[in-house]
Design a protein around this ligand. Structure first.
Ligand code: LLP
Length: 506
């Protein structure tokens, strides 16, 4: 049997990242060359977030192309909470993407960057008066999340003399089969108007001259793998929309939320069962193009999802593909924007505008966190790779048990005879046992100082980062071909102390 993945990595991950002989590249840059380099007069030290502009633009275009193909009237609103870096927001604006916001500060930033207020959406189950005031004064769409939120909007608008443009956020009671923290549209969760409050909300909204109801909204959760869930929630929204139209004549918008899953596990090693299936199928194969594909896989020139999708294009391979698929983790092959859009297009009334508000799927695969290995530690129970990145830059593994793929970003310099892969936990320096980035990962032993990449950190990593243990937030670099731009400076000790007067007066 061929030993998969003992060969140097030479595969393309996406439009932004690829391996060449075990060296990770972001566009035209070998990422480890960034460490300790000078960019615009700043010394870049690890850890750093490295973003690919090309991959962000690819993600935007994927959505835009599918929207166009659907022939439906749809507006794309990027959910800023996934990553608020103003450079990314400017890129969204350049490509005609609007924004969904969850706080007054996100709204201030959007307005500062010149986004048209009429297509921005302010969402939230606990809005502050000033946030509601700014949104309504600016003509931003506001999601009504509850009875008290509606009363608050009316009160604020009365004081300011505005009319609010609102969408009702509906709780469709759908279980999207995701981590419980990421489920937002089930009965009993804190988001959306409850069925108990709905009638009173409708009545008050109808009677108020300060409220202009323009549509409905729902968001069932995040990392949703089965697009049937979106179809179901859209159906519920459409049914209610048809019922309410007689009362609220100005309703034209159906905001379907975000939440599409992304393939966090697309680079994982070929599972044993899949290897077995492949050997049965290909060991005596004589068809040159299929054999070539198989050789590419076992020689680490393509990833398993690429292999499966290319195999699919050869006719007559459906049984192999479906056999392989049953052994693949759901985070390896996920639905695409096309699947999401196709799942809802035919049930949308023709005279409505649908808003899609993806966050993760627009940016997640556009970035890595690049760290250095501080050292390794072996023991009978666990082996550790200790790196300089930590839970303060990537909280998702600790908070949700989330998987982020981790690979060395350059060849290990540890003596080749010690190079059989061991199983490691990859941990950071934070004083807390929850500070892990990956558990039980098979990797060759890295040398001290070796570059190591944590993948898929474009969404909910930088935006959820913290100063715990007084760690400074890292720099963020944007790669565009062979150009490198600092899109966020590394924080300093002084930045962290800025709000503490006792230190500033010393
Ligand atoms: N719209 C609304 C109303 C939302 O609440 C969210 C995310 C989105 C859109 C975007 O969802 P996305 O396409 O990014 O899945 N911190 C978690 C994710 C929480 C998302 C909450 N809402 C994580 O790291 O996985």
């Amino acid at each position: 049997m061929e030993d998969f993945f003992q060969k140097p990595k030479n595969y393309k991950i996406n439009e932004g990242f690829r391996y060449v002989e075990d060296n990770l590249y972001c566009e035209e840059i070998r990422v480890c060359d960034l460490l300790d380099s000078e960019v615009s007069g700043q010394t870049i030290s690890s850890p750093i977030y490295v973003y690919s502009k090309r991959q962000i633009e690819t993600n935007i275009n994927n959505y835009k192309t599918e929207i166009q193909k659907s022939g439906r009237s749809m507006q794309l609103n990027y959910a800023v909470k996934a990553n608020m870096n103003p450079f990314i927001l400017k890129l969204m604006k350049k490509h005609g993407v609007s924004l969904t916001l969850v706080s007054g500060s996100e709204l201030r930033l959007a307005l500062k960057l010149g986004f048209g207020p009429g297509s921005l959406v302010l969402n939230g189950n606990g809005k502050l008066d000033w946030e509601v005031d700014l949104a309504c004064k600016s003509g931003v769409l506001v999601n009504v999340d509850s009875l008290f939120n509606l009363k608050q909007i009316i009160r604020v608008c009365q004081a300011g003399g505005y009319v609010a443009q609102v969408l009702f956020r509906i709780n469709p009671d759908i279980d999207p089969d995701v981590h419980s923290y990421l489920s937002t549209g089930q009965n009993g969760c804190k988001f959306g108007i409850t069925s108990e409050e709905l009638e009173e909300v409708l009545q008050i909204a109808w009677e108020s001259e300060r409220i202009r109801v323009v549509g409905l909204h729902c968001h069932i959760g995040s990392t949703v793998h089965d697009v049937e869930n979106f179809r179901q929630s859209t159906r519920i929204l459409v049914d209610l929309f048809e019922k309410l139209r007689n009362r609220f004549h100005e309703m034209t918008i159906l905001n379907l939320g975000g939440g599409l899953a992304t393939p966090y596990k697309e680079q994982i090693m070929v599972p044993e069962k899949v290897k077995h299936e492949l050997h049965l199928e290909f060991d005596n194969c004589t068809e040159p193009n299929k054999l070539k594909l198989y050789e590419d896989l076992i020689n680490n020139r393509i990833t398993l999802p690429t292999f499966v999708s290319m195999l699919q294009s050869f006719s007559g391979r459906e049984t192999t593909v479906s056999k392989i698929r049953q052994y693949l983790h759901k985070e390896m092959v996920v639905p695409k924007p096309a699947d999401l859009i196709n799942s809802v297009s035919d049930i949308l009334p023709s005279d409505t505008i649908a808003i899609l508000e993806p966050g993760r799927s627009m940016v997640v695969n556009s970035a890595i966190l690049l760290s250095r290995v501080l050292g390794t530690k072996l023991s009978r129970k666990k082996n550790y790779i200790v790196i300089d990145g930590s839970m303060t830059e990537i909280i998702r593994p600790c908070l949700y048990g989330a998987y982020h793929h981790i690979e060395l970003a350059e060849p290990s310099q540890v003596n080749v005879c010690h190079q059989s892969a061991l199983v490691w936990d990859i941990v950071g320096p934070v004083c807390e046992s929850a500070d892990f980035l990956g558990k039980d990962r098979k990797l060759v032993t890295p040398h001290e100082g070796c570059g190591i990449a944590v993948f898929d950190t474009g969404a909910y990593c930088s935006s959820m980062s913290s100063n715990y243990n007084m760690r400074v937030r890292p720099a963020e670099l944007l790669i565009d071909g062979d150009k490198v731009e600092v899109i966020r400076k590394c924080e300093t000790f002084e930045n962290m102390m800025h709000c503490y007067d006792v230190c500033n007066t010393d």
